[in-house]
Structures are given as structure tokens and as C-alpha cells.
Design a protein around this ligand. Structure first.
Ligand code: FAD
Length: 466
């Protein structure tokens, strides 16, 4: 029967990481998939030079890996061959002092992966499906959701292009045109917040050792952080033994560094140990040449329209990058949407089923999680640039980790562990973190009180003996 009934057509708008993964999930479910991407196909070598300077590498963690694994195409194993393990943060305290803070008490780690390699893997895999068509340099303009007509501009020829689909997936990023179209047909709550900080990427090249071989200039198995309270720099390793550094600070601080002398004075004061690693000339060139990116958080609801459209990834929930979860969360969206399709038995063949209910369920289930991780990402900026060197934070972290190490299946687990090393819903992680916060504060205060009382008593006892 299934052979005679036409297959459903899905149009996926946006061939970034999340859209490309969605292509695979729908293709595997047997839908007719069309992917429309504004940019050129990055798999073509001559297009690589046009790649923008935007977060060259990313931290992949449990949620992203789970979505890559769940589709059973071997994507998780393939990508793990190209990653670098990061087992903790390396804090650059100043004056060359370093402090390692491990992420997990059981040796868990996150993975540094190059955006281009991951995207290439997804697109190459998509190209192996006969039910997938990919259109690059096609900019989505507008659509009529009810009759499924989509309008594009072919950026190569400048000509308009039309297509139609039963379902439209908006994976077109933070400035989503699909979301704008959705706002015309649903009563969408929407908020957008720019933070006052911008980011700029620099490179630490490999260094050449005594044997003339290239090697990493710093420990590659850490995510390096230079926390400087109101701003910070981080560095993630690349497979070519370089590091991509990202400098985060307020726009006015960037604007204040007008000359090369200003820049060097600033770096000597705050990031002195990074100057020989980056190289003075490369630092000046990179700082004044590379673009500054702005950072924002977007929340909206609902994500869907009837049985016709749904938005995922940054199009649905853009977050600041400080928890390293934007892509991971977007991948989890795809995995969750697929899970809901299974629950509601949504078939690839056209039939009267519960697609509208399934999309509604996606909004209902995913929205609290998206809000939770958007807020946590904002919170983590303070933790990364400032808290990580504060004694109270370190004491609490130690207590939390010890309790988790002693009783891993009980209710106390470090927030970072719940977010980065589990696939637990973000909203549940936040609830657990709030619940355990009170207990940890009580234990922390008790330890501090005991230590203070003991110190006073020992001091008094020594004084009496004198
Ligand atoms: P995008 O990557 O933005 O892709 C959207 C795609 O849609 C693009 O290819 C675009 O060309 C295309 N498009 C846009 N408009 C149209 C249109 N009208 N028609 C057709 N196509 C269109 N996340 C992590 O998980 N870990 C990290 O360590 C991490 N680090 C980050 C560091 C920085 C500095 C930044 C800025 C982000 C970081 N992120 C990280 C977040 C991550 O980059 C995003 O969450 C992720 O790229 C979102 O993927 P997406 O596919 O939803 O959107």
C-alpha cells in the first residue's frame, strides 16, 4: 500500500549544522527531503575561502553526540576520529600561573570539533541518500504555509525559484526568515536580547619543537580560559595543532583599542602569556583584520504552525555561547522531534495522522528546555570570566564533586555534569541544581564555620602556651 501513496515532502531551510542533521533524520524516515541553503556548498574546495570567520571550532558534548548516534549512521564514531578531548578548564591566572579544573569526576570530557569538518560529514552523508536534494545559494524569501508554496532567490543567477512541501522546517539560524514568516500566522511571543559583549577570534599557531616537528603550544586536552572578571579569552585546540582563541569583551573595550600600541599594552596587562604564543605581528594583524561578532539570546513560542511548519536550532532559541550548548541543543531538538514523530507514529507516506499534534507537542516539550539553557548560558559567562577563581565557588564545586563521586546515582550532581555529560532535559537539570543549591550552601557554610572556629581555637591555644 505504502508504495502507491506519495511520500511526504519536507523542505528544510538552512543547511547549517542543525539543518544538515535534520536532513538525515527525515531522509532516514523515508521522506522526500529538499535542503535549501543560502551559502555556497562548502564541500567544493574553491568555496572554502568564502567561509566566514565564525566560531571555527566548537565544543561537542553528550547531547550532540547522542543525536549523532541515535540516527545509526555511524556519525558519532566518524566524528570522534576528528575531535580533540578536553578534560577540563585550564585557568590562566596571570604571571604565567596555570590551574587545571577537571570537568568530570569520572574522567568525562567534551570534544573540540571543527565546524567545517562536522558540517562536511553531515552533508556528505546526506548526499548518499537518493531521497535528498540539496540546493545551495538559494535564499528563502517567503512562503504560504497553508498551500506549502515556498519562494526563493537563486543567488547565483538572481532568478526567483519556487517549490512546494508538505512540511517546512526552519533551521535558518538566529535571523531566521522562516520564523519571521511564522510570526505572520501564529501569535508568537518573541524576545531578543543583545549582550554588551562582542567576540573576536585569533589563532595560536603550532610551535616547532627541537626535532623540527610541529606541536601544540599549550596543553591540547584542556579548554583554556583567561578569566579577567569583566571580560575573558578562551582557546580551543584544532587538529592541525593550532588553537582558536576567542576574545570576549564589551564593545567599548574593543573600540578603545585603536592603535597597535593600545592593543599591546592591553595584552601585556591581561594576557601577557598569550603574546609569545600568538606572536606579536599575528596578534596585531588578527585583531585589526578579523571581524567582531555580536552575541544575543532569542526566545520565542510557539515553534510550530499546525501540521505545516516548525523551527529548530538557533532559529527557535539562540543563546550566548558560554555553555557551549547552541549546536548541542539544536542537535537535541532534531533527536527530540524524531522521538515525538515515533511516539505519534508519523509516517513518511501522506496520511491523515497526528502531525499537527506532534508539532504542538514539540513546542510544549522543548520550550521549557530552551528557556532553561538560554538562561544558563547567560549565567555561565559570569562563572567563566569571574567565578572560576573565587574561593567560595571553588569550595562549593569541591563539595558538589565529592558528593557526586561518593553517590553518583543520588540526587546531587554538578550542574556542568548534568548539562554537558547527560541528556537529561535542561529544565530538569536547572530544577535539580536549584534544589541542591540550598544543601550545598549549608554544607559550605558549616565547613567554613568549623575551619574558622578550629583556627581561632588553635591560635588561642598557641597564644596561651607563649
Ligand atoms: P546556523 O549555524 O546559523 O545555520 C543556519 C544556516 O541557515 C546557515 O548556513 C545560513 O547560511 C542559512 N540561512 C540563513 N538564512 C537563510 C535563508 N533565508 N535561506 C536559506 N538559508 C538560510 N555551540 C555549541 O554547541 N558548542 C560551542 O562550543 C559553541 N561555540 C560557539 C561560539 C561562538 C563564538 C558562537 C557565535 C556560537 C557558538 N555555538 C556553540 C553555537 C552554535 O554555533 C550554533 O548554535 C549553531 O551553529 C546553530 O546551528 P543552526 O544550524 O541552528 O544555525
Amino acid at each position: 500500500v505504502q508504495e502507491t501513496v506519495p511520500k511526504r515532502r519536507v523542505a528544510i531551510i538552512g543547511g547549517g549544522l542543525v539543518g544538515a542533521l535534520a536532513v538525515l533524520y527525515f531522509a532516514k524516515r523515508g521522506w522526500q527531503v529538499s535542503l535549501f541553503e543560502l551559502r555556497e556548498d562548502l564541500r567544493v574546495p574553491e568555496n572554502k575561502k568564502n567561509l566566514s570567520h565564525r566560531s571555527i571550532n566548537l565544543a561537542l558534548s553528550a547531547r550532540g553526540l547522542s543525536a549523532l548516534k541515535r540516527i545509526s549512521l555511524g556519525l558519532d564514531d566518524k566524528i570522534l576520529e576528528h575531535v580533540i578531548h578536553m578534560k577540563g578548564r585550564m585557568i590562566h591566572l596571570g604571571e604565567g600561573k596555570l590551574k587545571s579544573q577537571l570537568y568530570g569526576v569520572f574522567g568525562e570530557c567534551i570534544y573540540s570539533v571543527e565546524r567545517e569538518i562536522l558540517l562536511e560529514l553531515l552533508l556528505n552523508t546526506a548526499a548518499t541518500f537518493t531521497n535528498v536534494k540539496m540546493y545551495f545559494q538559494h535564499q528563502f524569501k517567503r512562503c504560504n504555509f497553508d498551500d506549502g508554496i515556498l519562494e526563493f532567490e537563486n543567488k547565483k543567477t538572481g532568478n526567483p525559484f519556487q517549490d512546494s512541501a508538505d512540511l517546512i522546517i526552519g533551521a535558518d539560524g538566529a535571523f531566521s526568515a522562516v520564523r519571521t514568516q511564522l510570526m505572520r500566522v501564529v501569535r508568537m511571543d518573541y524576545s531578543q536580547e543583545y549582550i554588551s559583549h562582542a567576540y573576536l577570534e585569533l589563532t595560536i599557531p603550532p610551535r616547532v619543537n627541537d626535532k623540527g616537528e610541529e606541536e601544540f603550544a599549550m596543553d591540547p586536552n584542556h579548554l583554556h580560559i583567561w578569566p579577567r572578571h569583566s571580560f575573558m579569552m578562551i582557546a580551543l585546540p584544532n587538529r592541525n595543532k593550532s588553537f582558536t582563541c576567542t576574545l570576549f569583551m564589551p564593545f567599548e573595550n574593543f573600540d578603545a583599542l585603536k592603535t597597535e600600541d593600545d592593543l599591546m599594552e592591553f595584552f601585556r596587562k591581561y594576557y601577557a602569556d598569550s603574546i609569545p604564543l600568538i606572536g606579536e605581528d599575528q596578534l596585531k594583524e588578527g585583531y585589526f583584520r578579523n571581524p567582531r561578532g555580536s552575541l544575543m539570546s532569542i526566545k520565542c513560542k510557539p515553534y510550530h504552525y499546525k501540521d505545516r511548519a516548525v523551527i529548530i536550532g538557533d532559529a527557535a532559541h539562540c543563546m550566548v555561547p558560554f555553555y557551549g550548548q547552541g549546536m548541542n541543543c539544536g542537535f537535541q531538538d532534531v533527536e527530540m522531534l524524531n522521538g515525538i514523530f515515533e511516539e505519534y507514529e508519523i509516517l513518511a507516506v501522506q496520511s491523515s495522522d497526528k502531525l499537527a499534534l506532534a508539532l504542538e507537542e514539540f513546542t510544549k516539550r522543548r520550550h521549557p528546555d530552551a528557556i532553561a539553557i538560554c538562561d544558563l548560558a547567560m549565567y555561565n559567562y559570569i562563572e567563566m570570566r569571574s567565578s572560576v577563581v573565587k574561593p567560595w565557588y571553588l569550595l562549593r564545586k569541591r563539595i558538589e564533586e565529592t558528593l557526586y563521586w561518593l553517590f553518583p546515582t543520588r540526587s546531587i550532581a554538578p550542574l556542568y555534569t548534568m548539562v554537558s555529560f547527560s541528556t537529561m532535559r535542561y529544565s530538569e537539570a536547572v530544577q535539580r541544581w536549584k534544589r541542591q543549591g540550598f544543601l550545598l550552601n549549608v554544607i559550605g557554610v558549616s565547613i567554613l564555620t568549623t575551619v574558622t572556629a578550629a583556627s581561632i581555637w588553635i591560635g588561642y591555644y598557641r597564644f596561651r602556651r607563649i
